[in-house]
Design a protein around this ligand. Structure first.
Ligand code: FDA
Length: 307
C-alpha cells in the first residue's frame, strides 16, 4: 500500500532534501549502494568476481535538468571503463545506464542521449564488455528501444530492460527475442498509471512468467532480473523446457539483496550477475528499493527510531 506513496516521494525535491539530510540515512543507504566513488566500489566488484559472480555497474544519476550534467554522467561512465580495464573481467563486469542521466528528458533528448551514450558503448566494447540500457518510466520506452536499435547496429551485444508490469511488454519481448538480443526482464519499479500497466501484483507476476516464456523460447539471451524465489524457480523450469543450458541465460539481482541466494545459485552452476550502483545521486534508486518491500522500509524506520 505504501509503495505508490514512496514512489511519488521519489520524484519530490522536498522529500529528497528531507531524506538526504536525515542523519541515519547514510548507513541505511550503504546497504544498497556500494560506495560514492569508483574507488569505494572496486573492492566490492573484486570480491563478487572472486566469489564467481558477475557484475553490472550503474553510476547513479537520473532525471537531470541540464546538458552539462549529461556530459558529467557520460564522463563518469568513461572513468568507470578506465577503472574496469585493469581488472580484465571482460563481460563479467558490464555496465547499466539510465538514459535520463544522458539527457533523454531534456529538449532534443532522444538525440542527446544517443550522442552521449554512444562513446560509453564504444569504450565498453574496446575493453571487451558491454552496456545494458535500464528502463525508466513508461514515457521513455519508445525512445529507449529506438536508441537500443541504433546502438545495436554497431554494437549488437547492447542489452535492454523490459518491465512485465507494462501491457506492451509481451509484444516488446517478441520483438526482442531474436538472435544476439540481450534482455533483462524485471517486474518494474516506477509508479505507472492503470492505463498502461498492471496495478495488481499477481497480474504483474503472471505477466512476468508469460514474458519470460517468450524470451526463453526465443533465440536471444534472457537475463532474469528478480529476487522472487518463484520467478527464479520458474525461470529454471522454462529454460530446461526450452533446451537451454546454464550458460544460455543468467540471473540478476541487486547488490545487498538476497546475497545468500546469489551465492547459492552461482554455486549450483548458474550465471548470476549482481547490479552494483554507486555514486552520490542515490536518492531515486534508494527510494525505489524502499517502495519495493515493506521490510526495507521497516529497516529504514527502525534505524531512525533506534538512533
Ligand atoms: P518482488 O518485489 O516482487 O518480491 C517478490 C518476492 O521476492 C518477495 O515476496 C520475497 O520473497 C522476495 N524478495 C524480494 N525482495 C527481497 C529482499 N530484499 N529480501 C528478501 N527477499 C526478497 N526496474 C525497472 O523498472 N527498471 C530497471 O531497469 C530495473 N533494473 C533492475 C535490475 C536488476 C538486476 C534487478 C534485480 C531489478 C531491477 N529493477 C528495475 C527493479 C525491478 O523492477 C523490481 O522493482 C525489483 O526487482 C523487485 O521485484 P522482484 O521481482 O525482485 O521481487
Amino acid at each position: 500500500m505504501l509503495g505508490p506513496v514512496i514512489l511519488a516521494a521519489a520524484r519530490s525535491d522536498k522529500m529528497r532534501r528531507l531524506v538526504s539530510a536525515a542523519p541515519v540515512t547514510r548507513s541505511v543507504v550503504d546497504r544498497f549502494i556500494a560506495g560514492e566513488t569508483l574507488g569505494d566500489t572496486v573492492p566490492a566488484v573484486r570480491s563478487l568476481a572472486d566469489a564467481g559472480l558477475e557484475i553490472t555497474l550503474d553510476v547513479l544519476g537520473e532525471d537531470i535538468t541540464d546538458p552539462a550534467q549529461a556530459l558529467r554522467n557520460r564522463d563518469a561512465y568513461l572513468e568507470l571503463v578506465e577503472g574496469l580495464k585493469p581488472l580484465g573481467l571482460g563481460t563479467r563486469a558490464e555496465m547499466s545506464v539510465k538514459l535520463s542521466a544522458f539527457g533523454q528528458a531534456l529538449p532534443g533528448g532522444h538525440e542527446l542521449a544517443l550522442k552521449n551514450v554512444t562513446p560509453v558503448v564504444e569504450a565498453a566494447a574496446a575493453i571487451g564488455t558491454t552496456v545494458t540500457l535500464d528502463m525508466e518510466d513508461h514515457t521513455t520506452v519508445d525512445s529507449t528501444l529506438a536508441i537500443l536499435g541504433e546502438l545495436r547496429e554497431r554494437f549488437p551485444q547492447t542489452g535492454a530492460v523490459l518491465q512485465s508490469y507494462l501491457f506492451r511488454t509481451e509484444d516488446d519481448c517478441r520483438a526482442l527475442a531474436g538472435e544476439g538480443s540481450r534482455v533483462r526482464l524485471v517486474k518494474g519499479a516506477y509508479k505507472e498509471p492503470a492505463t498502461v500497466a498492471f496495478q495488481d501484483k499477481a497480474e504483474v507476476d503472471k505477466a512476468y512468467v508469460r514474458c519470460l516464456k517468450i524470451l526463453m523460447e526465443g533465440e536471444g539471451y534472457p537475463m532474469v532480473g528478480s529476487h522472487d524465489p518463484r520467478m527464479v524457480a520458474i525461470a529454471q523450469d522454462l529454460a530446461y523446457r526450452a533446451g537451454r543450458k546454464n550458460e544460455d541465460y543468467e540471473f540478476q539481482m541487486l547488490y545487498g539483496i538476497r546475497d545468500d541466494e546469489q551465492r547459492r545459485l552461482a554455486a549450483e552452476g548458474h550465471r548470476v550477475r549482481v547490479y552494483i550502483a554507486y555514486g552520490t545521486d542515490w536518492y531515486g534508486y534508494f527510494m525505489r528499493r524502499l517502495a519495493e518491500r515493506p521490510a526495507n522500509l521497516a529497516f529504514f524506520a527502525r534505524s531512525l527510531l533506534t538512533r
